[in-house]
Design a protein around this ligand. Structure first.
Ligand code: NAD
Ligand code: UFG
Length: 338
């Protein structure tokens, strides 16, 4: 199966390409390298012995998309490309709506023109806002508290209308919980630019000596130890969720929605402890104020994906921390510049 992977050089996209190649699929990568490096391609090739086709360009560039579709007999699209930093989205809403919402619409227009009917979209558990209870099922109400989350919700709503208008299309919305970890080889992983916004990359940069101490954002939440609880999912499990979605729903016209999570929650301090054990390095931390907009706890009910996609997360928190450490300790500055 030939699949166009937008954002395929990024964190989740690159791991998905490896899993796809290993499953005999052909990813065709399209990325503007805004938040990734071209050396990712070398790492994919080193792991799989296959160098995927790579087109450097922007999903908002319709002529570029048309040319990519023309050159390749694409059967389905996995759409990862977008901006993803919550704080930045508050400062730069125009960029987020332009990239995430407008970019997705241009992509779907190009798919329609090329006669490609199968789309998998990277959505997020952020569309559940502050959930009334946990675990979260797909039928929970959706809402957004920041421009990033709103852009994901808007794209979900646009795609719902689009699928309704073009019932031959298969559109799958995958709502990721908290992707962490890296390829087991330690050669691919998360490589945030600047100060990491997310917990795991921050912890691993403290462990490797790039940062002094982790600020734990609040220890007075109504949770097991007062710190925030999230459903951390290994990026390779998440990648496999895309293959399952393609295999089981990619040819099935309709709108399909799935949580991709483990169904287990871990607190910030539990993650710090697990990382210290995995790395043998004591991760320094201090308690800081709550981060505005954070919720106390969030974890998935993944039963629908298990029943319909025959997929479930296999990796443990120990795997996530051990694999992150393997990547961070052998690539302390992330991917090399090409
Ligand atoms: P990432 O930044 O590592 O990857 C995104 C890739 O898209 C990058 O390589 C970037 O260069 C590219 N890109 C951005 N804008 C583009 C454009 N206009 N045209 C072409 N390429 C463009 O992010 P990721 O963590 O791999 O996330 C992938 C997707 O999953 C995103 O849509 C993100 O919102 C979503 N998501 C991520 C998380 C998470 O915690 N990582 C959680 C939920 C959902
Ligand atoms: N945290 C800290 N210190 C840090 C970073 C995070 O204590 O330096 C805490 C947060 O307060 C939270 C937990 O660690 O309790 C996880 O925070 P992340 O920033 O790693 O993840 P979030 O759950 O806030 O959000 C992430 C992505 C969102 C996505 C959401 C659901 O950033 O884009 O997961 O998929 F929508």
């Amino acid at each position: 199966m030939r699949v166009l992977v937008t954002g395929g050089m990024g964190y989740i996209g690159s791991h998905t390409c490896v899993q796809m190649i290993e499953a005999g699929m052909t990813p065709i990568i399209l990325d503007n390298l805004y938040n990734s490096k071209s050396s990712v391609l070398d790492r994919i090739e080193a792991l799989t012995n296959v160098r995927p086709a790579f087109y450097q360009g922007d999903i908002r560039d319709r002529a570029f998309l048309d040319a990519v579709f023309k050159e390749n007999d694409v059967e389905a699209v996995i759409h990862f490309a977008g901006l993803k930093a919550v704080g930045e989205s508050v400062e730069k809403p125009l960029e987020y709506y332009d990239n995430n919402v407008h970019g997705s619409l241009v992509l779907v227009e190009a798919m329609r023109a090329a006669g490609v009917n199968s789309l998998i979209f990277s959505s997020s558990a952020t569309v559940y806002g502050d959930p009334a209870s946990v675990p979260i099922t797909e039928d929970f109400p959706t809402s957004a508290t920041n421009p990033y989350g709103r852009s994901k919700l808007m794209v979900e709503e646009c795609l719902t209308d689009i699928q309704h208008a073009y019932p031959e299309m298969s559109i799958t919305l995958l709502r990721y919980f908290n992707p962490v970890g890296s390829h087991q080889s330690g050669t691919m992983g998360e490589d945030p630019q600047g100060i990491p916004n997310n917990l795991m990359p921050f912890i691993s940069q403290v462990a490797v000596g790039r940062r002094e101490s982790l600020a734990v954002f609040g220890n007075d939440y109504p949770t097991v130890d007062g710190t925030g609880v999230r459903d951390y999912i290994h990026v390779v499990d998440l990648a496999d969720g895309h293959l399952a979605a393609l295999n089981y729903k990619g040819k099935d016209a309709g709108l399909h929605i799935y949580n991709l999570g483990t169904g287990n929650g871990s607190s910030v301090l539990e993650m710090v402890d697990a990382f210290s054990k995995a790395s043998g390095v004591e991760v320094k931390y201090h308690i800081a104020d709550r981060r505005p907009g954070d919720i106390a706890e969030c974890w998935a009910d993944p039963a629908k994906a298990k029943a319909e996609l025959h997929w479930e997360a296999k990796h443990t928190v120990e795997d996530m921390t051990a694999d992150t450490w393997r990547w961070q300790s052998t690539n302390p500055s992330g991917y090399p510049d090409a």
